[in-house]
Design a protein around this ligand. Structure first.
Ligand code: ADP
Length: 528
């Protein structure tokens, strides 16, 4: 009997020791631990970190999962408990508990209870902070996406605003050059050529601004080709010379003897970089200063140099100038600029496998140079695309085609009218609003409709939709003509069913080719 009692005492103390161990173990855990039966009744609950919940349990106010979870979550939890009891697998569930003051998120892991097949052990971890963090990341991401979207919309809108007047400048300079009834004198031709070239460069720059966001997001596409050094330097000089003259800056060039040298670069971007360096050398020069523009070749690398006799830069400035929107010489704020030119130039140079360097001395002047791979062998493709449109017939038959042009901008209307005048067999109708164009299209059944997208009242997309509703008009090819020239705009237009999408400023030869192709295609499909 004594022995039995002793053993009992020993077991008791062992049990107490184990209970104490278990308690300290549970107290060291930050989770709420529950024992729950298959019906959702709470058999036991331990929690050090959530005394409020523990208190509820102790006072008898927390007996079942229904006392703390909302109806739906309680139902889901009960299903999971049954699943764990049946399969003996551990599962997890997320839920939240709303109190008057706050909302707490928990992640619970439900495991089968050893030695009792009708119960489960649930450990609930408070994940409110993680949830808040994840939420703030999502909100920040959404905000960034919104900002990026409004930036693209702004860029697209701005590009539209600039492209519309540019369309008139480029279009009418071409019309002047091509008008057979009023031929230009040689000097007028030269001037028109300069207007056309400078306008084209402006257009390229608008595209660069649009590309700025692409550079930042690493999505800029450049097309590397064999760029003829002589012509790229001449083109750049022709654009920059009037600016230098206006600022009383002398431009000195070294003769480009070998006209067959090529550099590996993107033609447009290279010109943009050189123009940026040259215009800076002029802008930040001294009165009656000089800019030397020359090239050389070192170890299969080709370099373009721009040296000025200007205000120069200090060593500290040299680190700053390639950062976007950093403008030095704040005292000299009369000088126009945005502070992005060199940042863009540097990124473009590097995209083309090149490098940009600068040496400068304050008060003496600066020497910027860019370096690109030199090309020995090349495919000479120096042929200039000359716009030589004569008044001619593009169609074999003597049929008269009707073109309806829907456009609210008078200059654009006149421009297309002048272009179409170059072609025989075409009669142009025009409408300045979407509503009017639908009536005209039904009445005249044109062979092709050229539709501006940005119209007052109903826009081009709506006009397109409505034209597709009428038997008289639903088979007429419709070509969008728009200053919205971003790839996504073009894709949108084509996916809606436009036969083609022409961007402004209009490239006259391409425009004529597109129209005549559509008209002749339409003829052949209409042949019985
Ligand atoms: P922007 O000329 O539009 O301000 P850039 O990015 O081309 O922008 O140039 C950044 C800054 O670097 C300029 O604001 C100017 O302070 C300085 N800088 C650029 N080129 C020269 C130069 N040739 N001489 C002196 N300072 C220059």
């Amino acid at each position: 009997m004594k022995i039995v009692k002793k053993r009992l005492l020993l077991s008791h103390s062992e049990l107490r020791r184990q209970a104490t161990d278990l308690k300290s173990l549970i107290n060291s855990i930050n989770d709420i631990i529950l024992e729950i039966d298959s019906k959702g009744y709470i058999i036991a609950l331990w929690s050090k970190t959530h005394p409020d919940i523990y208190q509820l349990y102790i006072e008898g106010d927390l007996n079942s999962i229904d006392d703390i979870l909302d109806k739906n979550t309680a139902k889901k939890a009960r299903e999971k408990i049954v699943h764990v009891i049946q399969t003996k697998e551990t599962v997890t569930i997320d839920f939240n508990i709303k109190s008057t003051s706050n909302l707490k998120w928990f992640e619970a892991s439900i495991s089968p209870r050893l030695n009792d097949s009708n119960k489960v052990v649930v450990s609930c971890r408070d994940v409110t902070e993680q949830k808040k963090l994840a939420h703030s990341i999502i909100v920040a991401k959404e905000d960034a996406e919104k900002a990026s979207k409004s930036k693209s919309e702004f860029l697209s809108g701005m590009s539209h605003e600039l492209r519309t007047p540019l369309n008139a400048i480029l279009g009418f300079s071409q019309v002047l050059e091509l008008d057979p009834e009023a031929p230009l004198t040689d000097s007028q031709k030269e001037s028109v050529k300069e207007i056309f070239k400078a306008g084209n460069h402006l257009l390229e720059l608008i595209n660069e601004v649009l590309d700025l966001s692409k550079i930042e997001s690493g999505k800029l596409s450049i097309s590397i080709e064999s760029v003829p050094i002589k012509s790229v330097m001449e083109e750049t000089l022709a654009i920059i010379k009037p600016f230098a003259a206006k600022n009383n800056i002398k431009i000195i060039t070294h003769p480009t003897e070998n006209s067959n040298e090529f550099v590996s670069a993107d033609h447009t971007r290279l010109k943009q970089i050189l123009l940026n360096l040259l215009s800076n050398a002029i802008k930040y020069n001294k009165q009656n200063g000089e800019v030397t523009f020359y090239h050389d070749k070192i170890n299969n690398k080709f370099r373009f140099h721009v040296v000025d006799t200007g205000i120069g830069l200090s060593l500290g400035d040299l680190d700053e100038i390639f950062k976007p929107f950093h403008r030095l010489n704040k005292i000299n704020n009369k000088i126009e600029g945005t502070g992005i030119g060199l940042a863009v130039a540097k990124q473009l140079v590097e995209l083309m496998d090149g490098k940009i360097y600068v040496d400068s001395q304050k008060g003496i002047g600066s020497h910027f140079y860019v370096e690109f791979p030199y090309i020995d062998s090349h495919i000479i493709d120096d042929s200039e695309i000359l716009i030589s449109v004569e008044r001619k017939s593009y169609f074999s038959e003597n049929k008269l085609y009707k073109v309806l042009y829907v456009e609210d901008n008078y200059a654009n209307l006149r421009l297309v009218e002048r272009i179409l005048m170059q072609i025989n067999n075409i009669e142009m109708l025009s409408a300045t609003s979407g509503e009017l164009s639908i009536d005209l299209a039904i009445a005249h059944k044109p062979d092709i409709i050229l539709l501006d997208i940005n119209l007052p009242g109903i826009d081009g997309y709506e006009v397109f939709k409505r034209l597709k509703l009428y038997d008289e008009t639903n088979n007429i090819p419709i070509v969008a003509i728009s200053a919205h020239a971003m790839q996504k705009d073009i894709e949108k237009g084509l996916s809606l069913g436009f036969t083609d999408y022409i961007t402004k400023p209009i490239n006259i030869p391409n425009f004529i080719a597109t129209i005549s192709n559509i008209l002749t295609d339409n003829d052949s499909t209409n042949v019985p």
